[in-house]
Design a protein around this ligand. Structure first.
Ligand SMILES: [Zn+2]
Length: 333
């Protein structure tokens, strides 16, 4: 990805790229990582009851009540296995039953005796949550999906001991965008503007490898058609914020090595990154209401948005673990 070596997004270990097509097993933690995040059929089909599970998942989209009957039958015959609990949770999600889905996923997690397949479950859950979000949005049902996903990723983290919030959010993002495309929805539609900015923020707040953060921002800005020349007219300050984060990251890390990147990555985890989340959320709310920048920068003037670079500088140096006295603004910014 960056230096020819694929790193495990869970533990930072080296991935064995000869495991199989699209499946990379981590040499450190043993987890299987899936290149495709949405090909649930190939993730599940080799597993015990795989074919039956794939049938249930396919059915869940068109006829969720029938899918529920089927998975209940499977549970009656085979007991509550992790695969079946995760699957039933997905069926519930398709029915809009977020609470029941969450309970089943929690049970599935508690039944695991190895975490090698957690990545497949993450993909499974994210696919279901993407549909759940669309369902609630289309039906105008209030649903704090960010709180929901935060809670589920915290539970996965507590269970497996590896940071996973950025993995969950970026998997959800990829699957959700594919679904929007299939529905012929674009970046102007409510399903994008109401949902994606909050998902994307979490990816930035919790990605531990800055190299990935840079690539993620680049892709996102391309996708939404961000234009540095016209963002003011477009009233696109949030994208401008990401643009600045990228500029500062690139400038500060120009001389850093892969080893530096890994060292920074290993200092962060889903728990201590809540500091970054708070910091970034504060800047985002300032972008939405520039007068608030006066508060966090202790400045008193009207040109608040002009001080955004200073706020971003503070955030990026914190993320990169640079001491403040070392962090003179890079000249390239
Ligand atoms: Zn690993």
């Amino acid at each position: 990805m960056f230096s020819g070596t694929l790193l495990c997004p869970y533990c930072g270990g080296v991935l064995n790229t000869t495991t199989g097509v699209g499946v990379y097993t981590c040499q450190s933690c043993g987890k299987n990582n899936y290149a495709s995040r949405s090909d649930l059929t190939s993730m599940m089909s080799d597993r015990p009851l795989g074919d039956a599970i794939v049938t249930v998942l396919d059915l869940a989209t068109d006829n969720a009540p029938r899918a529920l009957e089927k998975v209940e039958e499977l549970i009656e015959e085979n007991g509550e296995t992790p695969d079946l609990m995760f699957t039933r949770g997905c069926v519930y999600a398709h029915m809009g039953e977020d609470g029941k889905a969450h309970n089943d996923w929690k049970t599935g997690l508690s039944l695991l005796d190895t975490f090698n397949d957690i990545d497949a479950y993450v993909c499974l859950i994210c696919d279901a949550i993407a549909d759940l979000i669309i369902y609630k949005e289309v039906e105008f049902i209030e649903f704090d999906y960010q709180r929901y996903i935060d809670r589920i990723s915290r539970e996965i983290y507590e269970c497996i001991g590896d940071s996973c919030r950025a993995i969950v959010y970026s998997t959800l993002y990829r699957i959700y965008m594919t679904k929007l495309r299939d529905m012929h929805m674009g970046v102007e539609d409510d399903l994008f503007t109401d949902i994606v900015p909050r998902i994307f923020r979490r990816i930035i707040e919790y990605t531990r490898d800055y190299r990935e953060t840079i690539v993620t921002i680049e892709r996102f800005l391309n996708q939404v058609g961000f234009d540095e020349e016209t963002y003011e007219d477009d009233d696109d300050y949030e994208c401008y914020l990401y643009h600045l984060v990228k500029l500062y990251l690139v400038a500060y890390t120009a001389e850093m090595t892969d080893a530096d990147a890994e060292a920074i990555m290993l200092q962060w985890n889903d728990e201590n990154m809540s500091v970054l989340e708070d910091h970034f959320e504060e800047i985002v709310s300032c972008v939405r209401d520039p007068t608030m920048l006066q508060g966090i920068l202790s400045i008193k003037n009207d040109e608040c948005i002009a001080d955004l670079p200073e706020a971003v500088n503070g955030y990026v140096t914190e993320y990169l673990l640079l001491k403040h006295e070392d962090s003179e603004e890079p000249e390239t910014v």
